[in-house]
Ligand binder design. Structure first.
Ligand code: SF4
Length: 102
C-alpha cells in the first residue's frame, strides 16, 4: 500500500464515526455562527438548536474528542460550544469504546 493510500485509509478510519452523526443533512449554519456579527439572543438560540441535535447523537463523545484533538475553535462539536471547549481537555472526556457499525 502506497504511503498516500495509508494516510487516506487512516484518515477514513479516524472519521468513520461521522457516518453516524445526527447532524448529517442538518443545516450547518446551525452549528457554525455567521461571518457577520450575531446577536447574543440569535447565538443562544442557534446554539441551543444545535445542542438539541447533539443530544440525540450516538457519536457525541467521538465528536467531542475529535474536536479537542484537533483544537477546533469554531462551531458546535459534541454538544459543546467553542467557549465551553476552551477549558476542556481530552483527559476530561470519557474514552470511546469501539462499537460495531451496523
Ligand atoms: S455530537 Fe453534534 S456536532 Fe457532533 S456529530 Fe453529533 S450531532 Fe454532529
Amino acid at each position: 500500500m502506497a504511503r498516500r493510500q495509508k494516510i487516506e485509509h487512516r484518515e477514513a478510519r479516524y472519521t468513520l464515526w461521522q457516518e453516524s452523526a445526527a447532524c448529517r443533512g442538518e443545516d450547518q449554519n446551525t452549528f457554525y455562527g455567521p461571518d457577520a456579527p450575531e446577536s447574543t439572543t440569535d447565538r443562544n438560540n442557534r446554539e441551543a438548536a444545535a445542542k438539541l441535535v447533539c443530544e440525540t447523537c450516538s457519536v457525541k463523545a467521538e465528536c467531542l474528542r475529535y474536536s479537542l484533538a484537533r483544537h477546533e475553535t469554531y462551531g458546535i462539536w459534541g454538544g459543546t460550544t467553542e467557549r465551553e471547549r476552551r477549558g476542556l481537555t481530552l483527559d476530561q472526556v470519557p474514552a470511546v469504546t469501539r462499537r460495531r457499525v451496523s
